[in-house]
Design a protein around this ligand. Structure first.
Ligand SMILES: C[S@@+](CC[C@H](N)C(=O)[O-])C[C@H]1O[C@@H](n2cnc3c(N)ncnc32)[C@H](O)[C@@H]1O
Length: 251
């Protein structure tokens, strides 16, 4: 029987299996190279929307000290804390740690999960408040030119491990005047030991962004954009670039 849940509540139980094919090590190589190239002043990082801690733990292995803030209790519970990586439950729109970091990271579309203008403004303000002068805000977003050029489509993904089979159907609905796409997820899971099945429904509302609006948000928060490029490859952003990585620097 299907049931609705808060975003990442039920989904969080299957998150690591759903993204088992995601190359977190390569992503951390890429982030590490951005931090070095832009001469981040130190090794203290704040991670917004740290999820199950995959990036955070890998960055800690490279000598960074990472503090994660994550809204979903389910995701926090699954995020193993290690030497150099800790995380806490919190909302990145309101978090106030009273500390300044060398960089704020927000990876795998976390900023795109902020749909309203008030949420977006709040996240940029919280990032800037937690940065030392010269510190970096590195995040990736869904990029408006690519969403318009490519359009959206229904997708199915299947993953399994020794105990679980999952099929995830993603059905997007476009709200063209709001720069928003609601992705309706239906996840069917089967426990291979008991044959029990479960169906979960979650809607993830995603906002896509253009560079002029990001530059405006940067300017309002005393930051400037150092780069915007395809996440991971570093290619120029354009109509083929769904995921764009942006690096801002606090003045
Ligand atoms: C696609 S997941 C990415 C998780 C992790 N960064 C990763 O790469 O695996 C998006 C995450 O952002 C979190 N998130 C979204 N909005 C948030 C907010 N306002 N405050 C804190 N966490 C938020 C969600 O709970 C979810 O864990």
């Amino acid at each position: 029987m299907g049931r609705s849940a808060d975003v990442f509540d039920a989904y969080g139980r299957y998150y690591d299996l759903l993204y088992r094919d995601k190359d977190y090590a390569a992503e951390v190589d890429y982030i590490d190279s951005l931090l070095r190239e832009h001469r981040v002043p130190g090794r203290n990082l704040l991670e917004f929307g740290s999820g199950t801690g995959k990036h955070g733990r890998l960055l800690a292995q490279r000598g960074y000290d990472v503090t994660g803030v994550e809204r979903s209790a389910e995701m926090v519970a699954r995020a193993e804390q290690t030497n150099g990586f800790r995380c806490q439950e919190g909302d990145i729109c309101t978090v106030q740690l009273g500390l300044e970091f060398d960089a704020v990271l927000s990876l795998f579309h976390v900023v795109s999960y902020q749909v309203s203008n008030s949420a977006v403004s709040a996240v940029f303000a919280r990032a800037a408040e937690h940065l030392k002068p010269g510190g970096l805000f590195i995040f990736d977003i869904w990029y408006s030119p690519a969403v318009y050029a490519q359009g959206v489509e229904v997708r199915e993904k299947k993953m399994s491990d020794e105990v679980t089979n999952i099929t995830r159907l993603a059905e997007p609905v476009v709200f063209a005047n709001e720069n928003r796409v609601d992705v309706n997820y239906t996840i069917h899971s089967t426990d291979l030991r008991s044959d029990d099945t479960e169906t979960i429904l979650e809607t993830h509302s995603m906002r896509h962004f253009s560079l002029p609006e990001l530059d405006l948000l940067a300017e309002i928060n005393n930051c400037q954009r150092l780069r915007a490029e395809e996440f991971l490859t570093g290619r120029d952003a354009g109509e083929n670039t769904w995921g764009v990585c942006v690096v801002l620097q606090k003045s």
